[in-house]
Design a protein around this ligand. Structure first.
Ligand code: HEC
Ligand code: HEC
Length: 249
């Protein structure tokens, strides 16, 4: 990724302690030329583009992430572009690795992830993990099969029950046991479900049923998704799309 190797002054300072070495070199009187050479060597060995630059500008074959994932990483619900802001860095990087090796199948993300170096994937994941979760719940656009007004209350209670209680007869744990209270996410491995659109969430659950998404840590989600009927997938997706991504204050 040549074009992503551009050196940014603040990055330099951060990773190499430029301020200190500048002072040292000046007093020693070896001049700027020598300094430049030294840094060049150091950087070619260890430097890569920072996450903010990849997210905002992309580079080479990599489009700027924000064109699809939003200026604050909040996603675009209507288009099926997921929220990235505030999800764990480990989780995000694992998804980029899976798109890159083709085990998570998506025509848009596979070539983008492949074009990022492993180091770039780590940097951009850390960048999005550090952004705050979006404040408002995403708009609920119920998939058509549960859109009939008469079906809505039933679907809503199915979603809420699965979310908080699961279905023990079927050894199906509550989503909250892993995804935390309100589905707001827990630690680096269990992503938030809130702040994602119903269609994105439903697509992911379906992808685990069909094998278009790798089973992930301990194969947990493939097991969960296979226990959900199609109607339950839609109900639970609508449930989480209607909840706020941040705790109410
Ligand atoms: C042209 C639009 C587009 C661009 C540009 C784009 N993405 Fe995506 N991204 C998507 C779509 C669509 C999905 C959902 C894929 C799916 O349904 O599995 C996605 C999913 C993801 C996911 C998985 C999220 C999750 O919750 O599992 C990550 C991580 C991601 N993108 C990172 C990036 C990064 C980093 C960049 C910039 C280098 C980027 N994307 C650029 C469209 C885009
Ligand atoms: C036993 C733990 C566990 C339970 C219970 C669980 N999940 Fe998950 N879930 C995970 C893990 C781990 C991941 C991350 C998978 C990966 O890294 O690929 C995940 C990821 C997801 C994702 C992908 C989010 C994204 O941004 O793409 C969705 C959607 C999801 N879970 C929905 C649910 C729903 C709905 C339930 C309840 C019916 C549920 N999960 C119950 C462990 C669990």
């Amino acid at each position: 990724m040549k074009s992503l190797n551009t050196v940014h002054p603040h990055h330099l300072k951060h990773h190499t302690g430029l301020a200190t070495s500048t002072k040292g070199v000046r007093t020693a009187g070896t001049g700027w030329h020598a300094l430049g050479l030294g840094l060049g060597l150091m950087l070619s060995a260890s430097c890569f583009a920072d996450g903010a630059t990849i997210a905002k500008s992309g580079g080479g074959a990599v489009p700027a992430c924000l064109t699809c994932h939003g200026a604050a990483g909040e996603g675009v619900a209507q288009a099926g572009f997921p929220r990235l802001a505030g999800l764990g860095a480990t989780y995000l990087q694992r998804q980029l690795d899976a798109f890159a090796d083709g085990t998570r199948v998506n025509d848009v993300m596979m070539p983008i992830a492949k074009a990022l170096s492993v180091a770039d994937r780590a940097e951009v994941s850390a960048y999005y993990a550090a952004l705050p979760a979006p404040a408002a719940p995403v708009s609920v656009l119920p998939p058509t099969s549960v859109a009939a007004p008469a079906a809505r209350p039933a679907a809503a209670s199915v979603g809420a029950t699965l979310a908080t209680r699961g279905r023990w007869a079927d050894k199906l744990p509550a989503c909250e046991q892993c995804h935390g209270p309100g589905g707001r996410g827990v630690g680096p491995d269990f992503p938030a479900l809130t702040g994602q659109s119903a269609s994105y969430l439903a697509n992911q659950l379906t992808a685990w049923k069909t094998g278009a998404r790798p089973p992930g840590p301990m194969g947990l989600m493939a097991v969960v998704a296979k226990k959900l009927s199609e109607a339950e997938v839609l109900a639970i997706a609508n449930h989480y799309a209607s909840l706020p991504a941040k705790e109410d204050r």
